[in-house]
Ligand binder design. Structure first.
Ligand SMILES: NC(=O)c1ccc[n+]([C@@H]2O[C@H](COP(=O)([O-])OP(=O)(O)OC[C@H]3O[C@@H](n4cnc5c(N)ncnc54)[C@H](O)[C@@H]3O)[C@@H](O)[C@H]2O)c1
Ligand SMILES: [Zn+2]
Ligand SMILES: [Zn+2]
Length: 361
């Protein structure tokens, strides 16, 4: 089958190959024919080493498809079911899963993330990104890595739930817990940032200021609910207009650079909440002085996978989509074939796109 492989970390291009195999499901596993996969910035981050990922690896982690085989002992999932892939499969019984933070469960991720589950060139093993690998026509994963969704949901819509939408909307709803009438700053308007804008709007924020360096993104941001959209140079004025200079109630940083994370902290008011959604590099650091941290009474927090419980939040997001309150189709900037993957990655490097979706079969 076809899949896009990262040969080694540092490569600028993926290799699209026809000789990749997904193998047979072991007990507890399912095989999924991927029908659609979004391209997320974290795929680029696996390529450039920002997110640690052993190679060779099939990249892609934002996908949806159809179940084509189930291993022994699989419960609640049948052949023919439509599923969204989750890159943090909840084991269901650890203290995080039982304590309302299943996005932090590592039991399955650690098991599947570091064991190759594809082969190519006959018998060369390949990992799957974050234990998944949706830039492939088929994949084998543990049943916990799939959430069944209704069959009338188009695969391209379902695929977006797999990462960017759950992360961005969840950052507003679950991590920041944005209150009605509040002011929200969203820094970075890619797929995750646009989802964060929509999340803030769903929560009832009165003012949503979006920031991006790419001009075309400012129009996009407004289309999805930003009340103001500016380049970084225009932020001071927007802050003054919206908050009288005090600062925002919340900020959602959706890029992962030290300077934008620092700005997310600086631009919230005293007592405000800054949420780091962007995934930065381990060796990059941010400085805070010991006085500001207590004196400003601000909350600085991270969020992994939108602090979501995928078993609850995927259906919840689909209800918002059906109600017309979450625009998912509108987030798809380009529809592509797997052979266009390197072109898609370049468009993302240039900041030109919200989400690009690759469809199979
Ligand atoms: N926390 C998580 O669990 C999680 C999950 C998914 C993605 N992510 C991360 O979220 C981030 C965003 O992902 P995405 O897919 O939306 O990426 P993207 O590349 O589509 O979007 C990033 C946006 O930021 C803009 N930008 C870049 N530098 C900027 C700057 N200095 N100032 C203002 N705007 C700037 C770009 O123009 C682009 O519009 C990435 O770091 C990704 O790895 C984190
Ligand atoms: Zn668990
Ligand atoms: Zn992602």
């Amino acid at each position: 089958m076809r899949a896009a492989i990262l040969r080694q970390v540092g490569d600028e291009k993926l290799e699209v190959r026809d000789d990749v195999q997904a193998g047979e499901p072991s007990p507890g596993d399912i095989r999924v024919a991927i029908r659609a996969t979004g391209v997320c910035h974290s795929d680029l981050s696996a390529m450039n080493g920002t997110v640690p990922q052993p190679a060779p690896a099939v990249l892609g982690h934002e996908g949806a498809g159809e179940v084509t085989a189930v291993g022994e002992g699989v419960k609640h999932i049948s052949v023919g079911d439509h599923v969204v892939i989750t890159w943090v499969p909840p084991c269901g019984h650890c203290s995080y899963c039982l304590g309302g933070q299943p996005n932090l469960c590592t039991n399955i991720t650690m098991r599947i993330g570091f064991v190759p589950h594809f082969t190519f060139e006959g018998s060369t093993p390949a990992y799957g990104f974050l234990g998944t690998g949706t830039f492939a026509e088929e994949m084998v994963i543990p049943q916990e890595a799939a959430v069944v969704v209704p069959k009338d949901v188009p695969f391209e819509v379902a695929s977006l739930l797999g990462c960017g939408v759950t992360t961005g909307v969840g950052a507003a709803i679950n991590a920041a817990k944005v209150k009605p009438g509040s002011s929200v700053l969203v820094i970075g308007c890619g797929g995750v940032g646009i989802a964060a804008i929509q999340g803030a709007r769903i929560c009832g924020a009165a003012d949503i200021v979006a920031v991006d360096t790419v001009e075309s993104k400012l129009e996009d941001a407004k289309r999805f609910g930003a009340t103001h959209a500016v380049t970084p140079a225009g932020l001071a004025e927007a802050k003054s207009t919206v908050t009288g200079g005090d600062g925002f109630d919340y900020s959602l940083e959706c890029i992962g650079l030290p300077q934008t994370i620092r700005s997310a902290y600086d631009e919230v008011r005293r007592g405000g909440t800054a949420v780091v959604v962007g995934a930065g590099r381990m060796e990059q650091t941010i400085e805070f002085n010991a006085f500001e941290l207590f004196f400003t009474d601000k909350t600085l927090k991270g969020t992994l996978y939108g602090s979501a419980d995928v078993r609850h939040d995927f259906p919840m997001l689909l209800r918002l989509w059906r109600a017309g309150r979450l625009d998912l189709e509108g987030m798809i900037t380009r529809r592509l074939d797997l052979s266009d993957i390197n072109d898609a990655l370049d468009a993302m490097r240039r900041g030109e796109v919200i989400r690009q979706v690759i469809s199979f079969g």
